[in-house]
Design a protein around this ligand. Sequence first.
Ligand code: ITT
Length: 191
Amino acid sequence: MHKVVFVTGNEGKFAEVRDILKPFGIEVIQDKNGYPELQEDELEPIAAYGAQYAANKLKMPAMVDDSGIFIKALNGFPGPYSRFVEDKLGNSKVLKLMEGETDRTAYFKTVIGYCEPGKEPLVFPGVVEGKIAYEERGTGGFGYDPIFEYQGVTFGELGDAEKNKVSHRRRAIDSFLEWFKDKLENPESKN
Ligand code: ITT
C-alpha cells in the first residue's frame, strides 16, 4: 500500500480522493494543517506551490487539490476565488448573479498538486463542463454541487459514486494515476 498525505481542510474533497484512489492501492491520509495559498488567477501555481511546501514540511509525498467553478457569463468568476465566494455569498447569491443570464455554461476545474520531498512539484488538471442550474437541486456532494448541472442532472442529485466517475476531480486523479503507474513501472526514469 502506498501512502500519500492529502493536505486539505475540505472533507468533501478528502472523501472523494480517498474513494477514488483506494482501488489503486493508494492510501490517502488527511492533513488539515493547510498550506500557504498564493493569490493567482490560475489554479496550477497555487497547487504546485502548496504541494511542494507540504512535501518539504511533512517529509513525505504530499498532495493538494485546488479547485474552482468558472462561470462563462461572469467572465470566469469565481474561479480561483471559489472558496471565498462560497463563504461570503453561497449558492443562492451566485444564482442571483445569474438571474437573466441565458448562457449558463460553466466548468469545474481541479488541479492536483503532487510533490515528493526535495523534488519539483507536478500538477494534474481535470475539467468537467456543465451548466449553472436555475435553482439548487439535490443534497449530495458539497460546495457548488447543487447548482452545477452535468448532462441535465446536478452533481448534488447525482450521488457520490456517480460523481466520482465523471467529475473534474476524477479526471485530475486519473491523470495523476497515469503518471504514478508509469513511475512505479520505471522507477528511475521519472521526476
Ligand atoms: P482546501 O484548500 O483546504 O483543500 P477549500 O475548500 O478551501 O479546501 P479550494 O480553495 O480549492 O478548497 O476551494 C474550492 C471551492 O470550490 C470551495 O468552496 C469548494 O467547496 C468548492 N468545490 C471544490 N470542489 C468542488 C466540487 O467537486 N463540488 C462542489 N464544490 C466544489
